[in-house]
Ligand binder design. Structure first.
Ligand code: KMH
Ligand code: ZN
Length: 271
């Protein structure tokens, strides 16, 4: 098995400091948090940013400042979010691609998302994929439902995505695929051989799915975007605490942790 790539999703767009006071929201807080996670073993940050009021934003200047602060401290792979918040327009969502991060998320289909809809019609997905191809940004295919894998394969046929693909299975979103191991096995069996994959379990699904991914040869995403708890009813003290637990479990199971450089090779970022 490859070494384990741990992605940390430090703040997302939906969680607030009211939900967990340890949530980082300013560029300085986010960069410090990312650095703490890097020190524990994270090799990718899935990056959302917030405005001065702590609200989600796709403002390129806020991304730029946050990315500079992160890069001044460590060489973690920066994967910007093109998902943003449910209220963001397609133009807003695509804006930070102009900063040419190493990676960006690419959700390959529309899905109910709690009481809202995460809107990703075919023309939007294609335009995001085309822009990533132009700028040589490696997409992480976000899969909230099994059909999104097939949508990604259509983009391969159209020449907008290149093999090998890297998938992230976001499991347990109310409205999307469940967080059951049965469904993880189904997703893993549905992607082309040679692909890499990680899993982001939402809420109580985060830990069991992380353990399954470690055993199955996948990779793991944790962080407050997906889960604010350490255990039932107990808030996590930090994103780093969640990363540290995955590292501990992986080592117990005999899986080494990938550095950012090793993750770049595993994910073909140099191709
Ligand atoms: N905030 C969600 C609506 C992504 O980052 O690409 C979408 C999301 C996915 O977080
Ligand atoms: Zn996200």
């Amino acid at each position: 098995m490859d070494k384990l790539i741990i992605t940390v999703a430090v703040c997302g767009a939906e969680v607030t400091k009211q939900d967990n006071p340890n949530l980082p929201t300013t560029p300085e807080e986010i960069a410090q948090d990312v650095y703490n996670c890097f020190l524990k073993g994270a090799s990718i940050v899935h990056l959302h940013v917030r405005d001065k009021d702590g609200k989600p934003t796709q403002d390129i200047e806020v991304f730029k400042k946050t990315m500079e602060l992160i890069r001044s401290q460590c060489d973690i792979i920066i994967q910007i979010s093109t998902g943003g918040a449910l209220s963001a327009t397609p133009e807003e969502r695509a804006a930070p691609l102009a900063l040419i991060p190493e990676m960006a998320s690419l959700t390959c289909g529309t899905v109910n998302f709690g009481s809202g809809v995460f809107w990703n019609p075919p023309d939007l997905i294609e335009s995001f994929a085309r822009r990533m191809k132009e700028l040589k940004i490696k997409p992480e295919i976000e899969v909230f439902e099994a059909g999104m894998i097939n949508n990604a394969l259509q983009l391969v046929k159209k020449g907008l995505l290149q093999l090998p693909l890297h998938f992230d299975f976001v499991m347990g979103v109310p409205g999307g695929i469940t967080g059951n191991i049965r469904d993880l096995v189904y997703l893993v069996e549905s992607i082309p051989s040679g692909s890499t994959w990680s899993v982001a379990g939402i809420g109580r699904f985060e830990l069991p799915l992380a353990v399954a991914a470690i055993i199955m040869g996948g990779h793991v995403r944790v962080g407050f975007e997906d889960n604010i708890y350490y255990s039932k009813g107990v808030l996590a003290q930090s994103n780093a605490q969640l990363v540290e637990r995955v590292v501990r479990i992986a080592r117990e199971l005999g899986r080494e942790i990938a550095s950012p450089e090793e993750a770049r090779r595993i994910l073909n970022l140099y191709a």
